[in-house]
Design a protein around this ligand. Structure first.
Ligand code: ATP
Ligand code: MG
Length: 235
């Protein structure tokens, strides 16, 4: 995605964000509250009409395409706040994620997701609202994996989780990437996300201000501190 621009009426929320994702790699997008992270992800995923910029998936332009088409082309979004359907069972939530995939593929996809997250298999008949926060996040990953994406966009998966759960969720993200999926993950938890990241993009006030390898972001902490504050990196 290059030079993305998105406005809400007169508010220019995103005015020059660029980032990419690579097969088997985790790219982390860091930025403070209101930096334009969610708006950028939602625009690429087809939920907002961008005002400018370009985005392509395997060389095909996707910017401005509706969400269902983006999903069919192989990219799915794990939304901010997880957006799990609490009264529905774990398995019903997964089936919803398969809406854009051929019906015959659902059972195989569900089995693969249960192999990756055995806790979801144990809880398959349970209303999703009874899962812990970390389990709900795994369900949100699983739901997005139902369409067998090549690229996954993740919006703050660690939000609201206890520290031990944050580490488990980050390990899950790494494991998903290791299956060959390209991951673009927005986070405010710099410490935990940099541990599993390959590349980093820093966004500030609607613009990309830095990007580079994760090893460099871990060493060159000034850029992360400048955007997220002094306490962003403790380790
Ligand atoms: N529906 C909306 N209408 C008007 N302005 C909005 C809307 N949604 C977001 N904004 C504004 O756009 C800017 C970017 O918001 P966005 O939610 O993309 O940021 P973010 O980086 O995801 O923040 P957070 O870390 O809090 O999730 C903010 O200034 C926000 O107030
Ligand atoms: Mg957000």
């Amino acid at each position: 995605m290059k030079d993305l621009q998105v406005s809400y009426g007169p508010v220019n929320a995103v005015q020059g964000v660029s980032f990419g994702a690579e097969k088997g790699k985790v790219t982390v997008v860091l930025g403070a509250n209101g930096a334009g992270k969610t708006t950028s992800l939602r625009a690429v995923a087809g939920f907002h009409k961008p005002r400018g910029g370009t985005a392509s998936l395997d060389g095909k332009s996707i910017l401005g395409a509706p969400a269902h088409r983006v999903v069919r082309q192989g990219m799915s979004l794990v939304p901010e706040g997880r957006k799990i359907f609490f009264p529905l069972t774990v398995e019903e939530n997964l089936r919803i994620g398969g809406y854009a995939a051929p019906r015959g593929s659902h059972d195989t996809a569900i089995d693969g997701i249960y192999d990756q997250f055995p806790i979801l298999r144990d809880r398959r008949e349970m209303p999703a609202g009874l899962l812990s926060g970390g389990e709900q996040q795994m369900l949100a990953f699983g739901r997005a994996m139902m369409s067998q994406p090549r690229v996954m966009l993740m919006d703050e998966p660690s939000m609201g989780l206890a520290p031990t759960m944050v580490d488990r969720v980050m390990s899950s993200v790494r494991a998903i990437a290791d299956t060959g999926i390209a991951i673009l993950m927005v986070e405010q938890n710099a410490d935990a996300s940099l541990e599993i990241a390959d590349s980093v993009v820093v966004v500030n006030r609607g613009r990309t201000v830095w990007s580079g390898p994760a090893t460099e972001a871990r060493e060159n902490t000034a850029i992360v501190h400048a955007v997220l504050g002094e306490t962003a990196l403790d380790g």
